[in-house]
Design a protein around this ligand. Sequence first.
Ligand code: UGA
Length: 433
Amino acid sequence: MKVAIVGTGYVGLVSGTCLAEMGHNIMCIDNNEEKIKTLENGDIPIYEPGLKELVEKNRKEGRLSFSTSVKEGVKKCDVIFVAVHTPPLPDGSANLCYVEEVSREIAENMDDYRIIVSKSTVPVETGKWIKRTVDKYAKEGAEYDVASNPEFLREGKAIDDFLNPDRVVIGVESDRARQMMSELYAPLKDKTEILITNIESSELIKHASNSFLAMKISYINAVSNICEKTDADIEEVARGMGLDKRIGNKFLQAGVGFGGSCFPKDLSAFIKIAEKLGYDFSVLKEVQKINKNQRGLVIEKIRKSLWNLNNKNIGVLGLAFKADTDDMRNAPSIDIINQLVKEGASVKAYDPEAAENAKKILPGAITYCEDVYETVKDSDLLLILTDWKQIVEMDMKKVKELLAEPATIVDGRNVFEPEEMEKLGIKYTSIGR
Ligand code: UGA
C-alpha cells in the first residue's frame, strides 16, 4: 500500500521505516527541511538502535522516501498518518495545534478517498475534531475516513516493538477503513492480535496504557519506601509480586522514577482530559507526586552519605531518561543535577549517547567525561542514574580504587548487589534495599 507519514520524530520515522520493512511504499514527510536533508543524506537525526540500517535498506530497495510536501504525500498515497508532536501546554493538556494544521493541509489536498490516521498520542475525542477540521476544509463531496492507530514503541526498542508488538490497536468507524487498515497490518496478523475498536476506545487505550505503566512504577517506588523503613528488600518483593501472572513482572523496577517524553506528558494530558470530561482522576495525581518525590529521595541519600554537598565532587553515570536512548526529555538527571549544583557540588558526568543533548539542558558548570572511569576518578560519591550496559558492566574493583576514600556509591537503578559492594569495601546505597 502507499502510505504517507507526516512527522519524522521518533514515532513517525520508526513507524514509516517499519511499515516499509513490512513491504509497503512509504513517504516520510516533515516541514523541517534540514531534517529531510539529513535523512536524504543517509543520516538519522535521533539515536535508535538499528534504525539507520533499516532506513538504508528500505531506501535502497525503493520502499522508503522523504519529502517536505504534505501535498505530494496526499496526492500519491492512500493512507496518511499524522505523527506530529503533541507537546504539553502550560496546564498539562496536549497541544493539538500541529494535529489540526496537518489535518487541514491533508483536507485541502484530497482528490480521492483517503484515510487519515492519527498516530500521535492524543486525548480521547481528537478523532472527532480531526473529522470536523477535514469536513471544513475538504472539497465538497470529498470521501475520506478518520482512524486511530496508537503506537506502543519504547525508545531504544522501537523497531522490535513495531515489528513484534504485543498488539496492534486500530480505531475505525467504517468498513472501508477497517478493511484498508487490516490490509496494512496484515503482515503482522499471524504473530499478534490486531484489535479493532471504535476511534474513542483506540485513543483511550493509549493514554490508559501509558498511565497504567506509570502507575505500576510509582506503586513499586512507593513500596520501596516501605522497604527502606523495614528489613524488606524491594528486589525480592517485586520478584514475589511479579510471579503472580495477574500482576506480571514487567515495570516493577524501583528506582529514580520515570522520565522521558511520554509518561510524564501523557499522565498530565490524561488527568486534564478526564477533568474536562468531569472526572477527577486522583490516583494519577498521586502517581505524579510519588514520581517527583523519588528524585528528592536520591538527593536525600546523597546528603546522608556526604553531609554537606558544597565543594564535594560527584560523578554521575547516565544522563538519559533510560538506557539505549539519547533522549534527555524529563530525565530524572535534570532535577537531580540541578539540585546538586545548587548546593555547591562539582559534577562530572558520563552518558554513552545523551551528553550532547544534556549540554543543551544542564547547567554549564558540569564536566563531561569520555567514559565511566574518568567519571569515577577522585569522586567523593558516584551516582548511578541510568542502567546503560557500560555502567552495569564496570569493573567494580577498579571503581573502588579510583573513587576518593571512603568509596561511596548511590545507585538510583539498583544495578549492583549490596553484599558484593560491601565485600569490596564500597559504601553502597540503593533504592528500597
Ligand atoms: C513508553 C511506553 O513504554 C511505550 O509503550 C509507549 O509507546 C511510549 O512510552 C510512548 O508513549 O511513546 P518510553 O517512554 O520509551 O516508552 O520508555 P519506557 O521503557 O516505557 O520507560 C519509561 C520510564 O520508566 C523510563 O524513565 C524508565 O527508566 C522508567 N521505568 C521503566 C522504571 O523506572 N521502572 C520500570 O520498571 C520500567
